[in-house]
Design a protein around this ligand. Structure first.
Ligand code: PRP
Length: 214
């Protein structure tokens, strides 16, 4: 049988995912010493791991070139897509928030506000739900710079510890959504490799239950 291929989000979620795999008894040697290798093996498990940017994890799962993905709810909300969202992994917990310069009264006045964000769809929906028109400017990183430079009135961004906001004289005006890492599965893979995939999901859920007890 071909290996089950798992797409992991690089960066913030990576360390926690490797920890999860180790608790499942997986040998993560290749994941720890990956060098420039892109497709990594988990010995004795018939599993392959691909490390990818968050949005690409969704693309690989949707197209069925990877069977299982681990990705943040932020990316799922922003990009959507057709796959099964199976399990809330609880790690990578953070939130989307509307934030900006300290003391600024965001909802005061009638002038249209400008929002900088890496997440234009999340931002559009948040303000559409409130019936408020805003101008959205897409930024690729360090979104907090936008209000500091005078590019925007506020940002919609991820807040984890809050230290980036604090160190830059910014504050949260309002929470937008809670976020954590999710396990997603390609819909066809779920049928073809049902036993293998359910087995992996069960192992993950068992580790999650055990860590909840601690
Ligand atoms: C994210 C987010 C904030 C920061 C929040 O950026 O966009 O900038 O983390 O974390 P904190 O509340 O713990 O300070 P990331 O580090 O992923 O990099 P980026 O800004 O280059 O996208």
């Amino acid at each position: 049988m071909k290996p089950i291929r798992i797409a992991l989000t690089k960066g913030r979620l990576e360390k926690k995912t490797v920890e999860l795999f180790e608790k499942m008894g997986f040998d993560c040697e290749q994941l720890h010493h990956k060098g420039r290798k892109l497709i990594l093996e988990i010995p004795n498990q018939n599993l392959e791991v691909v490390l990818a940017k968050a949005a690409d994890v969704i693309t690989y799962i949707e197209h069925g070139v990877c069977d299982i993905g681990i990705v943040g709810k932020d990316t799922i909300i922003e990009y959507g897509g057709s796959f099964f969202e199976v399990t809330d992994l609880h790690f990578g917990a953070c939130r989307f928030a509307l934030a900006g310069k300290k003391g600024f009264d965001f909802y005061a006045g009638h002038a249209e506000k400008t929002i900088a964000t890496k997440y234009p769809n999340v931002t559009r929906k948040f303000f559409d739900d409130k019936g408020i028109d805003v101008k959205i400017i897409k930024i690729e990183g360090s979104v907090e710079l936008a209000p500091l430079l005078g590019l925007s009135d506020a940002i919609v961004d991820i807040v984890e510890t809050g230290s980036t906001l604090k160190e830059n004289g910014l504050e949260v005006y309002e929470d937008v959504a809670q976020i954590s890492a999710r396990l997603i599965v390609n819909t066809v893979s779920m049928k073809i490799y049902q036993t293998e995939i359910e087995n992996i999901i069960n192992q993950i859920e068992q580790v999650l239950r055990e860590s909840e007890k601690k």
